[in-house]
Design a protein. Sequence first.
Length: 322
Amino acid sequence: MQEEEEERYLQIIKDSNRKLVVLELLSNFFNHKDLVGILVRTKIIHTLFEKNRILDINKLELFHIQFTSSLIDLFQKIKKSKEQQYVLISDEIYINEDILSKLKLEIGESKFAKQMQLHAQNMSRKIEELYQLFVSEKDVFFNWNDLMTFSQSVQAEYYREITIDQYERLSQLNKSVYENPHAKFEKKLLGRLNILKFKIKFSCGLVCNNEIIEVYEFRDSNDKFVFVANEKSFYFLNEEDVKDIDISKNGSAKEEIIRGLKNKNAELKRELSVLKTTLPENVLEVLREYHEKISSVDFLEELQNVDEQTNILKTMLNININ
């Protein structure tokens, strides 16, 4: 009889230790203060029964059946749900990072800047050629194809969209002009270009319904002028006409996607950081009540008269886990 009691004692202690291991794993996973507190209190109760053989070891088993097992079942259920969410969020972050890396390579900002430098140099040569045609009044072949082909190749990704009203304000200017079959220049602009030796730089590109307007500025001053591609016309930029138009340096349309993905990943990482510790309010309430109960000075006394109907954890497994 004594041998059987010893075996039962050892088995209950062994089972209790197993539950403590599981409870500690759950406590580490969720890192919630009440769950940590429950683990500490449960270890104290376990140690009390382990070191005091005069206590009824069956009460330790009953304690685990009515309290610890219910708690473990609940949090294993929540843990499984959290792990699924964790994997989904982590996968989304990984996929976004992969897309970001590819987009950054595709943008090639320094490459675009170099291309626009060459484009401005090409435009400078074209303007100088046109100036000579106006001066000589010769009717010779003039080719826009190379310049226009480049503008069209970058407009979709880099040039900024503007409205029809904005396009019309920039393109329909009543100025005194020089005009020939190849181009149209505001007279003051052509004179200034000649004086400054056609030294210009590209400012930005604008597009409306596939029609292109390019903004240039002089290297030696802040004065700007526009090139209306459809009309092959050049005008000084009227600051009043662009007060509501963004004429800052162009960026890739993909940059907006990159910004969106970066913001999304930052949000996902924040969500990931609190995922384990965020618990439904009804679970938090049960956790608080359970912690308070087993932390009570009179709890060991109550263990002698555990009534299953008063078990505050009996409905835990019915809690809907989102």
